[in-house]
Each structure stands twice: as structure tokens, then as C-alpha cells.
Write a protein that binds this ligand. Structure first.
Ligand code: MG
Length: 257
């Protein structure tokens, strides 16, 4: 069979940095859907409840969970259990597996309830980029440590824009290591039939851009939703090649004003 010819991407609606990219893997929470805020809010209720019930000995460690800094530093992009363990350890709490599980289950309950009550949206800039990639013949995958990823994409009405989805359920079934290990992204890009060295990863988490770098992806795009004053610099330090505020910036002509 004659292979499809490579489209001339300079004539597409993609920014030049994407012209040599043959596939793109998108993180889900905070990159495709605005669900990172729902996760952060659920974590806050779960962690603050725990800190009130079990205050750390060091009074300096009793401050409430910060939805920007603590979220980005400890839980963003990680599995629920890894995130709960990382935050508690960060506050000097030697938590048993049972305690970690219990806090993670609280968060899960709160997240599911909020999701059903508030819903979730896809970022318009991301939708624009994903459609431009589709028009240019570049396959797209969604990847997430969350078991909710499919439901999130479906609720936001964008599931059918992706050729593959690797979610937390798949990761567990296949025994994939969590971020910052690159397993999730490598699985996703292999389903698109493209080597990582010819593909891009788009991530908003520090652990996520690090996973992209470790996976040997040709391009790691960090998305800084202005979570903190120096988020962009931290994304670059952890492995992002470029940082954007909105993925519409990667369409030719940049983001709408
Ligand atoms: Mg994310």
C-alpha cells in the first residue's frame, strides 16, 4: 500500500514548532478539560479535614492545603494514592497505607460529587489546536493518571476528537508506572503508531513534563494556567521545551485576543 504523503504543514493552521511533529499526546486534567480546579478543590476538603483531625506536631505544618502551590507540588498529575502520600509526607506526617487510602477515598468521593454537580468544560484553545491537528492529519491521544479521564472527555464533548485514550484504569490494567515515569505517554504514542522521538507531549503538571522528557519525546509543551507566579519557569526546569498559557497559541496566528 502506498503510504499517505506527508502533508505540508506550513500550509496548515499549526504554529511552526509543530510542523515536524507526527503525533501529539495530551494530558487531560488542566490541559484538555478545566477539571484540575475540581480535583484541587476536592483535595483541599479532604486534606484540610485530615489536618484538623490529626494536626502535625510541628505547628508550621498545620496550615491548610494550598490549591495552587501544594496541588502543583504534591498531587498534580499523580495517581490518587501517590498524591495523597506525597502531600502527607510533605507535611512530615508518617501516614500508614490505610491512612493514605482513606484520605484518597475521601477525595474521590468529593471529586465525583463535584463533577456531577458542576460538570466540566474543554478549554476552547485546546479544542482549536486539536481540530487543527486533525485537519493536518496528525493523530492525537489523551492520557491521564485518572480513571475519570474518559468520563471527563465525554462530558466535555471532546472524546471523539482523540484517536486513543490511556486512562488510569488502563494504567492499572497494564501495570504502567505513574508520572514522572513516562509509561503512560509511551503507551499512548505507541497506540498512535508513532515513535516518541517524532511526537509531542502537552502537560500542565511538573511530574508530567518530567515524564515527557524522560520518555524522549521530540517536544514537551508545558501549559501554565497561571497557577503560580513562577509556574512557567518550574515547568521549563522540569523538562518543558516551551511553555504556553493557552494551547490556542500553538495554532498559526496564535491565541485569539
Ligand atoms: Mg494535568
Amino acid at each position: 500500500m502506498h503510504p499517505p504523503s506527508t502533508p505540508d504543514r506550513s500550509a496548515t493552521a499549526l504554529a511552526p514548532v509543530l510542523h515536524d511533529v507526527r503525533a501529539v499526546v495530551f494530558d487531560t486534567d488542566g490541559v484538555i478539560t478545566d477539571s484540575a480546579r475540581v480535583h484541587a478543590a476536592a483535595w483541599k476538603v479532604a486534606f484540610d479535614g485530615f489536618l484538623r483531625a490529626h494536626p502535625p506536631e510541628d505547628p508550621g505544618q498545620r496550615r491548610p492545603f494550598d490549591e495552587r502551590d501544594d496541588y502543583l507540588r504534591h498531587v498534580d498529575g499523580k495517581s490518587r494514592l501517590d498524591g495523597a502520600a506525597a502531600f502527607l509526607a510533605g507535611r512530615g506526617i508518617e501516614a500508614s497505607d490505610q491512612t493514605v487510602r482513606s484520605v484518597a477515598e475521601d477525595k474521590e468521593r468529593l471529586f465525583t460529587r463535584r463533577l456531577r454537580e458542576d460538570g466540566v468544560d474543554a478549554y476552547p484553545g485546546t479544542v482549536r489546536l486539536v481540530k487543527a491537528l486533525r485537519a493536518a492529519g496528525v493523530p492525537r491521544a489523551a492520557a491521564s493518571a485518572s480513571r475519570h479521564a474518559g468520563e471527563l472527555l465525554s462530558r466535555a464533548g471532546v472524546l471523539d476528537l482523540f484517536d486513543a485514550l490511556v486512562d488510569g484504569g488502563e494504567a492499572a490494567r497494564l501495570g504502567l508506572a505513574g508520572k514522572p515515569e513516562p509509561d503512560l505517554f509511551l503507551e499512548a504514542v505507541s497506540r498512535l503508531g508513532v515513535p516518541a522521538g517524532r511526537a509531542a507531549v502537552v502537560e500542565d503538571a511538573l511530574a508530567g513534563v518530567e515524564a515527557g522528557r524522560r520518555g524522549g519525546f521530540a517536544l514537551v509543551v508545558g501549559v501554565d494556567r497561571a497557577a503560580g507566579a513562577d509556574t512557567g519557569a518550574r515547568l521549563l526546569r522540569h523538562g518543558a521545551d516551551i511553555v504556553v498559557h493557552d494551547l490556542g497559541e500553538l495554532c498559526a496566528g496564535g491565541a485569539p485576543t
